[in-house]
Design a protein around this ligand. Structure first.
Ligand code: PMT
Length: 387
């Protein structure tokens, strides 16, 4: 752990890793010990905490080289901007940076810092250099920060880090290729305006992460969102419904499963090349129907196992079953939108899942948990219909 307010989350990470059977040893920089006491981590890990490079007693018990040899995996959480800078330049002036240099095991970092610090070109260069050296980044995530800012820089949640680190070598989707769409689309009216919707991408990103956690090879086609895709997911960024159609269709034929969680615009205007000027009276907007990506994927031969979403404000079940049948889908996950909880932008959601021979209700839960449950159903149906 390096120093940062997110250090308190690492206590939960240690607890979760131990719960999964991992043997955990904690190394803290002096700055990290200012945020949380080493005693907390000693109690949670069941092992003495290492804080100093030049502590003769600690070096006798398990020195930095022995620690580096012992570890099968090194996760630095939180990883501050200062720490990333040091690691990327090979500095080794404390136990943690020395351990990194001595380690031969896979190294993961969970960055945590103010969004402006994460966005600074020098931090991005340092992160890029570390990635090119094989360091895997988990996060950061977007959201409200301890300093009051909102943006990318929060440390990934301990549950996500744990799931990422302990992704099973043989999950139910091991080797299966999964394509996910997420987020909104933006349909330009002119060079300065666009039509969009309230999708944050949280549901689609959680699905992509859960699929990767089950061993799938995941590609994610995403509209504009404030989220960062985890390192093991191949991200394809798009903006408009037409771009999303092109991206999905160029990927879809090689995929085993397609999950359309994106809120794709059903209609798009013809974009003016110059800014539309204000005029007296009403202004009429002509909208053209976009191509239905989901229906086009389901109509491929052979088609991937195709899962659609239905976002409804009324008659949820009826509309969802209609879309399942009309678009010839293998499964549809229906959710209420426009309610107080769940749906667009919320961290939680609830789903009613339908397939040609059955249905299941997944109760309101955190979108990551819900994504895992949905992927469980998809894996089951996928294997029983495409043996
Ligand atoms: O992103 P979040 O803030 O986390 O919110 C999640 C969500 C509410 C956006 C998500 O759970 C969801 O419901 N996504 C689908 C939203 C939607 O566009 O629903 P729909 O009922 O209008 O469309 C039905 C299906 O057709 C969807 O799978 C959609 O991706 C697909 N579609 C729609 C139009 C189009 N041109 N092409 C499509 O593929």
């Amino acid at each position: 752990m390096s120093g940062g307010i997110a250090a308190y989350k690492s206590a939960e990470l240690v607890r979760l890793l131990r719960k999964q059977g991992a043997d955990v040893r904690v190394v803290m920089t002096p700055a990290a010990t200012e945020f949380v006491r080493p005693l907390t981590f000693q109690a949670l890990s069941g092992n003495p905490v290492h804080t100093s490079l030049l502590d003769a007693d600690a070096e006798n018990a398990m020195g930095h080289i022995a620690l580096a040899r012992w570890a099968q995996l090194l996760i630095i959480a939180p990883a501050s901007a200062d720490l990333l800078a040091k690691l990327s330049h090979g500095l080794a002036d404390d136990l943690l940076t020395t351990l990194y240099l001595a380690a031969n095991c896979p190294v993961y970092v969970a960055p945590a810092m103010n969004q402006a610090m994460w966005g600074k070109p020098v931090t991005q260069e340092n992160a890029g250099r570390l990635k090119s050296h094989g360091v895997q980044f988990i996060g950061p995530q977007a959201g409200e920060q301890a300093c009051g800012d909102i943006g990318l820089g929060r440390m990934a949640e301990p549950e996500d880090i744990c799931r990422y680190l302990l992704a099973p070598a043989s999950g139910p989707l091991q080797g299966v290729k999964v394509l996910v769409s997420a987020g909104p689309t933006r349909e330009p009216l002119d060079p300065v305006r666009y039509i969009t919707n309230r999708s944050s991408g949280k549901m689609g990103y959680a699905i992509a992460l859960a699929a990767a956690g089950m061993g799938a090879q995941v590609a994610l086609v995403s509209g504009p969102v404030q989220l960062e895709a985890p390192a093991q997911i191949r991200l394809i960024k798009v903006e408009t419904a037409a771009q999303m159609y092109t991206a999905v269709m160029s990927e879809a034929s090689g995929q085993d499963i397609y999950i359309g969680a994106a809120a794709v615009a059903d209609y798009s205007p013809e974009a003016a090349t110059e800014k539309i000027k204000k005029q007296d009276g009403q202004s009429l907007l002509v909208l053209y129907k976009t191509q239905d990506i989901l229906a086009a994927v389901a109509a491929l031969t052979p088609a991937p196992f195709t899962v659609g979403f239905a976002a409804e404000t009324d008659n949820l079940e009826q509309y969802a079953i209609g879309k399942l049948q009309h678009k010839k889908l293998d499964m549809i996950a229906a959710n209420w939108v426009g309610q107080e909880t769940g749906g667009f932008d919320s961290d939680q959601n609830a789903l009613q899942v339908f397939w040609p021979t059955g249905q299941k209700t997944l109760a309101m839960a955190d979108k990551h948990l819900l994504a895992g449950q949905l992927l469980g159903l998809i894996a089951e149906r996928f294997h029983s219909t495409r043996p």
